[in-house]
Write a protein that binds this ligand. Structure first.
Ligand code: ATP
Ligand code: MG
Length: 566
């Protein structure tokens, strides 16, 4: 393709709206443009990358035995009402009415629609197992769309849904997807890790997230230094402490802590450490308030709290609720004398003695409080997030932390949807059984953006060959007839050899062309100029390592077909 025939609006400066490297570079290299918050146009170069990621996904899904179909973006409310998700999903679900006042939503995911298809069309175990996938635009009205394609509102997802006769079959389908995901992300040139993830109320290790390791990742993952364990921080199990603080209990006292609300302010004022303070977090859930106690230096884990309470949906109580429940402003809540509130605590609390807690009174805390004497805990459980240094749940050393971007998710659904939607089939004995399901997603745009996060330098993108918009960037440096002739010949020959070529045919200075080529990140650049042609050569640069070689034009095709990764 010639640059003059394609819209590639490169930018010299970093756009102010972008925070992450991939977002900046996607804008600067002319891959995407914003239309509204979280909504983008894929420009020609960006679309080429998207299509390549899709093709890799398609090939591996087909290879794993999944079949492609395409479901509608608009889905009727009735299907969502059947599963209860019409009310459950909240504001992320974009709802609208058609001209007949019938309610619809833009699909954020497609369990309902595919389960409906299955129950209408599949009768017998003979037709199973089945795995359907689509590559399609999703809409989620994300509260905070950001980082370009990383967290859009409208984005392209590959979603797949498997239907099996039984649990064992479902596990096999799950494993096939797990393996396919490994191949997909490897082929996309990513460094990633599959980590155990939260399964909500389903339980078991039947959910894995595929995390691309990158500092800009929104997820925190933990992994054991022994190498056998990796999990999302929301999921990682924390063992109860093995040792209890041996201090004898001291009498309970109240102390004035004027203006001290945060853990840091209180412990500094009282000259103690955050490991001696118990945080009392008040959460609202479906009209009730729950108090969760965690050690001052620990993070409460909302996923674990929800799992323990068997609820979905948890919010920190508003200042009004806090005032109602504790009689004090935010910052002074504590478990002593707290009425009509369920109190649950992290295991670590049980091992603490003589702690600091809020006194439910402005500017006041208790010191030397002890749970078995001064307040009642209904249940102790694992309610905090793992930290670096915690023992590995697999007992192979300690945990370390890293940041990750979730590019894919494989999830065992069990019979959650087949039960509510009555998706059944007749088994070998003619008995009606519920299909056992799994679902599997990959963010296509997020995968492309992650590839940039992991492959760039200060000059721009360094595309992994398999998803590069072009393989070779031809850069004629002068406007002479000879340069034009050699460039045109190379353009033809390289394409004949199966390489995708972008020909910078603009009348621009050499420096501008080199800068743009580095920014756009094609794996190879070929510079053709009068000076080197006088010596009978052109110059080939590998974008990744910056290495340059000079070769006669006739040898370029051979060199590049050999240098391209297979
Ligand atoms: P997240 O926790 O990042 O919101 P999710 O758990 O909601 O992700 P899934 O419902 O499992 O995501 O969707 C499958 C895949 O779709 C994710 O692994 C991710 O790659 C992609 N994805 C999800 N939300 C977005 C989004 N807002 N923008 C771009 N890609 C997304
Ligand atoms: Mg989400």
């Amino acid at each position: 393709m010639r640059t003059s025939h394609v819209l590639i609006p490169t930018l010299r400066e970093d756009p102010g709206e972008a925070e992450t490297v991939s977002h900046k570079l996607m804008l600067r290299a002319g891959l995407i443009r914003k239309v509204a918050a979280g909504i983008y146009t894929y420009l020609p170069l960006g679309l080429r990358v998207i299509r390549k990621v899709e093709q890799i996904i398609r090939e591996e899904m087909n290879r794993a035995g999944a079949q492609e179909l395409l479901m509608p973006i608009a889905s009727p409310a009735e299907l969502w009402q059947e599963t209860g998700r019409w009310s459950f999903y909240g504001k992320e679900l974009l709802r609208f009415k058609d001209r007949h006042e019938r309610e619809f939503c833009l699909g954020p995911t497609h369990e309902e629609v595919i389960t409906d298809l299955f129950r209408r069309e599949v009768r017998s175990y003979r037709q199973m197992p089945l795995n359907f996938y689509q590559i399609q635009t999703k809409f989620r009205d994300e509260i905070r769309p950001r980082f370009g394609l990383m967290r859009g509102r409208e984005f392209i997802m590959k979603d797949a849904y498997s239907f099996d006769q039984d649990e064992a079959g479902a596990r096999l389908s799950y494993q096939k997807m797990y393996d396919a995901y490994h191949r997909i992300f490897t082929r996309c040139g990513l460094t990633f890790r599959a980590v155990e993830a939260d399964t909500g109320l389903i339980g078991g290790s039947s959910s894995h997230e595929f995390m691309v390791l990158a500092d800009t990742g929104e997820n925190t993952i933990v992994y054991s230094d022994g190498g056998t364990y990796a999990a999302n921080i929301e999921q990682a199990e924390v063992f109860p402490p093995t040792e209890v603080d041996a201090e004898p209990p001291r009498p309970l006292r109240t102390v004035q802590t004027p203006g001290c609300r945060t853990v840091e302010e209180v412990t500094k004022f009282l000259n103690t450490s955050s490991a001696h303070l118990v945080k009392t977090l008040l959460y609202s859930t479906g009209g009730n308030t729950v108090a969760v106690l965690v050690r001052g230096d620990h993070e409460a884990n909302e996923v674990k709290i929800q799992r323990l309470l068997r609820i979905n949906g948890l919010e920190l109580a508003t200042p009004t609720v806090v005032a109602q429940v504790t009689g004090a402003p935010v910052g002074f809540a504590g478990p002593i004398g707290l009425k009509d509130v369920r109190i649950i605590a992290d295991h670590a609390i049980k091992a603490m003695r003589n702690v600091v807690v809020g006194a439910n009174q402005i500017d006041t805390h208790y010191v030397d409080a002890n749970w078995d004497r001064d307040f009642h805990v209904e249940q102790f459980a694992d309610l905090r997030s793992a930290c670096a240094g915690d023992p590995s749940p697999k007992r192979d050393g300690i945990l370390r932390m890293a940041k990750g971007i979730e590019v894919g998710h494989v999830f065992m659904l069990g019979t959650k949807y087949s039960e509510t939607m009555k998706a059944t089939f007749l088994d070998l004995h003619g008995k009606e059984c519920l299909a056992v399901m799994g679902c599997y997603g990959i963010g296509v745009g997020r995968t492309a953006a992650s590839a940039i996060e992991q492959n760039h330098d200060p000059k721009g993108i360094i595309w992994p060959f398999p998803i590069a918009p072009f393989h070779v960037h031809l850069l004629p440096l002068t406007q002479s007839t000879q340069t034009a002739k050699v460039t045109a010949q190379l353009y033809d020959d390289l394409q004949t050899a199966g390489l995708e070529v972008l020909w910078d045919d603009r009348d621009e200075r050499a420096g501008v062309k080199f800068n743009d080529a580095d920014l756009m990140g094609a794996p190879f650049q070929v510079a053709i100029g009068d000076k080197s042609l006088a010596e009978g050569v052109v110059e080939i640069k590998t974008r990744k390592d910056g290495k340059k070689v000079k070769l006669p034009p006739a040898q370029v095709v051979g060199h590049l077909t050999e240098a391209r990764p297979s």
